[in-house]
Every structure is written in C-alpha cells, then in structure tokens.
Design a protein around this ligand. Structure first.
Ligand code: DQA
Length: 146
C-alpha cells in the first residue's frame, strides 16, 4: 500500500514556527517517525511539502494510479484553495485532512475548510500525533485495501 503525505505552506518551518501552536517537532522528525510507522505496517510513505499551490496540485495529479491514500495538511490553503480541493477530487483517491492546531479554537477564518466535507476523515488539534493517527486510519481505509 502506497501512501502520500502532503504538507502545505510554511510547514517546512515546523519546530521554529509558533511552537506554542504547532509544537517543537520539525517536519523532518514527523516524516521520519511516519516512515518508520509505515514500514512496520508494510506500507510505503512518500512525502512532499511545498509552499506553492501549483506544486501540490501537480503532485496530486501524479498520484493517480500509484497512490492508495493521501494524508494532507493543506495549511493555509485549507481556508482558501478550491483548486487543491478540485485536484483531490479529480484523482478520486481517499484522503485524510490533518491539522496540528485546533483550527476551530482559533481565528474565525480558520474555521472553514475547503476539504473537510470531501475528506475520508479529519484530525484536528492533536499536534504531531495527528499524523500518526491519520496514517493508522489511512492504512485501514476500506477503499485502500488491495
Ligand atoms: C494548520 C492550521 C492552518 O490554519 C494554518 O494556516 C497552518 C497550519 C495546522 O496544522 O494547524 O499553516 O494547518
């Protein structure tokens, strides 16, 4: 089973970026932990982070036919990007939306997501462990079993 982890803008700054909200782990720490978890479940994890909307869209398009499930933290694009939503719908791959912080307890512009209503599930506010929970869920998605 092949899983794609996508991280959107500014998540390359994790560890230094507003640690009170996003924790002290770097993105590399998170990806390393997730890769080890995937390996122990006989899954393959591919990671891609970009600050550019088009790069994330292109990576989603490239997933067609070779990725079983996507875990995505769209970061600020969560609240703005119809294009990224449409890209996920276009490839018809189940995806899980993750946010480190509890977006519902923050500014009102963070309360709306362009992804949640079409996601297989959403994990919000649990910090880096949310990615691990998403991976467990992704591996067990009924559509992902092959
Ligand atoms: C975030 C929440 C977003 O509102 C914010 O723009 C981010 C990170 C999170 O993981 O909590 O960049 O997606």
């Amino acid at each position: 089973m092949n899983i794609l982890l996508l991280n959107g803008p500014n998540l390359n700054m994790l560890g230094q970026r507003e640690p009170d909200k996003y924790g002290t782990q770097t993105l590399q720490n998170i990806v390393d932990d997730l890769s080890a978890q995937a390996k122990s479940s006989d899954a393959t994890l591919t990671h891609f982070q970009s600050n550019a909307e088009h790069a994330l869209i292109d990576r989603i398009h490239q997933s067609m036919g070779n990725i079983d499930a996507i875990i995505i933290n769209p970061a600020a694009f969560t609240h703005t990007s119809v294009a990224l939503r449409d890209a996920l719908l276009s490839v018809n791959i189940p995806f899980i939306e993750v946010h480190l912080s509890n977006v519902h307890a923050r500014e009102s512009f963070r309360h709306h997501s362009y992804f949640s209503d079409v996601a297989a599930g959403v994990i919000v506010g649990l910090g880096a462990i949310g990615y691990s929970l998403a991976l467990t869920a992704a591996i067990n998605l009924p559509q992902s079993k092959n």
